[in-house]
Design a protein around this ligand. Structure first.
Ligand code: 1GP
Length: 250
């Protein structure tokens, strides 16, 4: 059941401790900008590339971005879909995700039902993921009709994460929303990590080495950053964050 990309992520986490993954929002880049970001992020120690945003992009543009990134780097390319329109046959894997704190069944299971046959047809590796929006929630929270979990309610994040794990999801993602002013709190990360047995992904508003180190020390296994790689400082920023994560293991 566990495919090669999932195995790669698990092996990396077990050998290196917390790892960094670069998120590219296809809405904000041309294919050549996307491949330049991926190349620089790869050279700075990122472990995989996620591709996805919160709103609609054309299928052709998404395909072009995914293809160009695949050609540019030898890293797994994992789709991070917000809807059925975010599926590209050219990726390696897809976070097969359910927005656990959405009020709308479409984002919990509806889009997944529509997308599953395409995932099969395109031979994408589905990696089951419980997605939980916290704090401000950003565009993802609005589009996904989520009731974001307040930063100071870690017990609610734990309950959602456990429900995801018990439903069979093999990763849990705490999302503060892209560009969030405040990343997920260390208290919330610590509480969730203490209670679940699957890897924990944390993203949204992480911009510095110190923030990455805080999240990793609290128990995050994968740190996702998107915004910081979009403004031209890919090498510096990814190196800084990856070094922060490595210092956590040391
Ligand atoms: C958003 O968690 C990711 O889905 C990354 O957030 O863009 O703030 O790094 P940033």
């Amino acid at each position: 059941m566990i495919g090669p990309v999932e195995k790669y992520l698990l092996d990396k986490i077990s050998s290196e401790g917390a790892i960094h993954v670069t998120l590219i929002d296809p809405e904000k880049v041309t294919p050549s900008q996307a491949s330049a970001i991926a190349r620089k992020a790869r050279a700075s120690g990122t472990s995989a590339i996620m591709i996805g945003g919160s709103t609609f992009i054309s299928a052709k543009h998404l395909d072009d971005v995914v293809k160009t990134v695949k050609r540019a780097v030898d890293l797994p390319v994992i789709l991070f879909p917000n809807n059925v329109t975010s599926i590209s046959r050219y990726a390696d894997a897809i976070w097969f995700m359910s927005l656990l704190n959405s009020l709308d069944p479409y984002f919990i299971v509806g889009a997944q039902v529509l997308g599953a046959p395409l995932v099969k047809r395109y031979h994408l590796e589905p990696i089951p993921l419980g997605y939980i929006i916290v704090g401000e929630g950003g565009t993802a929270g609005i589009v996904g009709k989520a009731v974001p979990i307040p930063y100071d309610k870690p017990e609610l994040a734990v309950a959602h994460a456990l429900a995801g794990q018990y439903l069979g999801m093999r990763f849990i993602y705490l999302e503060a929303g892209s560009g969030a002013k405040k990343p997920v709190s260390k208290e919330m990360i610590r509480a969730v990590k203490k209670n679940i047995a699957v890897p924990l992904i944390v993203g949204g508003g992480i911009r510095t080495r110190a923030q990455a180190l805080t999240a990793a020390s609290a128990g995050a296994d994968i740190i996702v950053t998107g915004n910081v790689v979009e403004n031209g400082h890919v090498r510096d920023k990814v190196s800084e964050i990856v070094e922060g994560l490595r210092s956590c293991k040391a």
